[in-house]
Design a protein around this ligand. Structure first.
Ligand code: ZN
Length: 286
């Protein structure tokens, strides 16, 4: 298998899709929004697997609602890769972070490469580190975690992409970073043990939206506040701008002088149903 050639094909295809979805070359993208733009329906189901791509009669993607959100995002990119490359219908029971060029099929390598190139554009990743005055080559686990949050991918996915696709960090550095699990990194930031997911949103956030699930923790920039109680402050934390997503919906978060703002989109925990309905606020009568 010629990995270099396949990776180049995946990159070209990802840039084309970004262009069709009017996403530019820098910003993080939401893979469900991209699929919607391309007319591919995405559905979340409570089946224990990663994802399915169905080609006929109409292209659609089915994802497991039981996997962490960042994982679902990557799998959506992976299944979209199968679509873009004209692969047949496909069931992915388990997608591992296997950037070690140890794939048994070119189709799976293409789909994975496509997903990382789509979600982690080289220019965007470079800007994410530069705008925070961080150097990817020597970034700390907490800094890696912050950038991963910004692109909606997992910590390990970002570290592997920087190592194997972008060549910005050495394998030795990657091994050191991967010795810290995402949970350890999270707990270090939260300064306490926690099994909750955490999204770090800072002023350098490179998107106009952030996507989380009900129950997730969000660390907001120092003086930023949500405009309603969709996000509730976490009382027993040493971090003054730690919030928890309390219910589905979309909430604007901004600084008091309005010099910085984003929309946080909250979906139910392990939401089942069509992706396009994921942020609808629950009906009071339900
Ligand atoms: Zn696959």
């Amino acid at each position: 298998m010629n990995y270099k050639n396949l990776a180049a094909q995946a990159l070209t295809a990802a840039l084309k899709v970004r262009s069709r979805a009017k996403a530019g070359l820098v910003s993080p993208v939401c893979p469900y929004d991209v699929c919607q733009e391309l007319g591919i329906s995405v559905k979340f189901v409570d089946v224990n697997m990663e994802g399915v791509y169905v080609r006929e009669p109409k292209p659609r993607i089915v994802l497991s609602a039981l996997r962490p959100l960042a994982r679902r995002n990557f799998t959506c990119g992976h299944e979209l890769g199968h679509h873009v490359f004209g692969h047949g219908s496909n069931l992915d029971l388990l997608i591992k972070d296997r950037e070690d060029e140890n794939y048994n099929s070119p189709e799976e390598f293409l789909a994975d490469s496509f997903a990382s190139s789509l979600l982690l554009p080289a220019l965007g990743v470079r800007k994410a580190f530069a705008s925070r005055s961080w150097d990817a080559a020597s970034a700390s686990p907490a800094q890696m975690y912050t950038v991963a949050c910004n692109f909606g991918v997992g910590y390990t996915t970002l570290v592997n992409h920087l190592t194997y696709s972008l060549g910005q960090i050495s394998r030795t550095r990657a091994n050191t970073l991967l010795r810290s699990s995402p949970q350890t990194v999270r707990e270090g930031i939260l300064e306490q043990a926690s099994s909750d997911t955490l999204t770090i949103i800072d002023r350098q956030w490179l998107a106009s939206t952030a996507d989380v699930e009900v129950g997730a923790l969000l660390l907001l920039p120092p003086d930023a506040l949500p405009s309603n109680d969709t996000l509730l402050p976490v009382e027993d934390s040493s971090l003054p701008t730690l919030f928890r997503a309390s219910r589905p919906g979309v909430v604007r978060v901004c600084t008091p002088d309005n010099s910085w703002a984003i929309f946080v989109r909250i979906m139910p925990f392990q939401f089942r149903g069509l992706a396009r309905y994921r942020h609808l606020e629950a009906d009071e009568d339900d």
